[in-house]
Write a protein of this length. Sequence first.
Length: 438
Amino acid sequence: MTGPDTNTAVVAKRVDDGEADTAEIRDLVRAAGYEVVGEVTQAREADPALQLGEGKVAELATVVEETDAETVVFDNRLGPYQTYNLGQELPGDTEVVDRFRLILDIFGQRAHTRKAQLQVELAELRYELPRAETKTSLAQRDERPGFMGLGEYDESREQDIKARISRIRDELENIEKTEEQRRETRRESGFDLVALAGYTNAGKSTLLRRLADDLDVDENEDLHPDLDTTAESRDKLFTTLGTTTRRLDMDRRNVLLTDTVGFVSDLPHWLVESFKSTLESVYQADLVLLVVDASESVEEIREKLVTCHDTLYERNEAPLVTVFNKVDAVPDDELAEKREALAALAPNPVAVSGLEGINLEDLRERIDADLPPRERERLVLPMTEETMSVVSWVHDHAYVRDVDYGDEEVVIDFEARPTVVEQSRAKASELVAEEVDA
């Protein structure tokens, strides 16, 4: 596929029955850089050779010819036979792409980090593997190279793909181990970790920018070498392919908020599995904010919530808060109806608008309430040469309620994660020991 250099595309979709909804595939096609110039849909059982019926394929060919489209994008999964056969029926050099190949191309355009690039390559190899296996199998049955138009075959190709998949898995595993060490370092430093999850285009990146502190996390800082200080906010699918982390603007806690790749409906298991490394940011969080587009229909929101819950609850143990975003586009009575209809899947959701900055303080309060509880501690520190460095350390790692400076001692009252409280006690003990030795 030539990507954004190809300007026009026709969308095709087959459903077993009912009306074919092409809204999402059109968004995906536009996200890949194309202009949608036509659409053909059909309700019937899948044709084994063409996906659509022969008459509908003829109609598709006419639309392609009339619009001069160079690409046809199917919102269906196409097998190697179907792709080849459709190419034979369509005008000239019309390219035929299915939904999953399109998504992979979008991912490829957005992959800027080593981790994202590896995940895209892994997904592409998993997409290609069954096609390589098909070519090998058919070639073994028929000695003619290029049997059924599937191209020249190389029996070693299948083994090469499997070997590359194995190498990528190993490299991603090493990257994930490093990231997990960083997450633990942040926790030990007093940070709570909050992740934004949800479908693409739900407004997660916009919400991140609204919630982030004015003081960006420095991506060159030793404590956070993997953090990105910017997060794009555009009405475009898959703007965030990797993860973006920034300091959350909170009064009583040190919180890091991470925006992750958005879900998209009807993804095959192999594609979700390829990006599980990115989802580790969600699985390892202390709290997950599941963001949904409140302007969508109840049916759409329900379907997306179910998919998200199935994915997140597989390995996630952190509390989950549903955030109804884009409430600026929803009348109050309609929002109330949606709250009631979705109460089983989204109990006590927080309704906000990242775009307009509505109810963000309510969301911050909910985050504070649902994060793991903090311990309150009162330390009495002897006045030594090192006392002020300990007081400064507590300020950096905890929420300090009060500091009382006396002539011979300093009393500091604060709240912090249990690990930080333990570390502060150890530092206080060291000060006492040094004073006794002196």
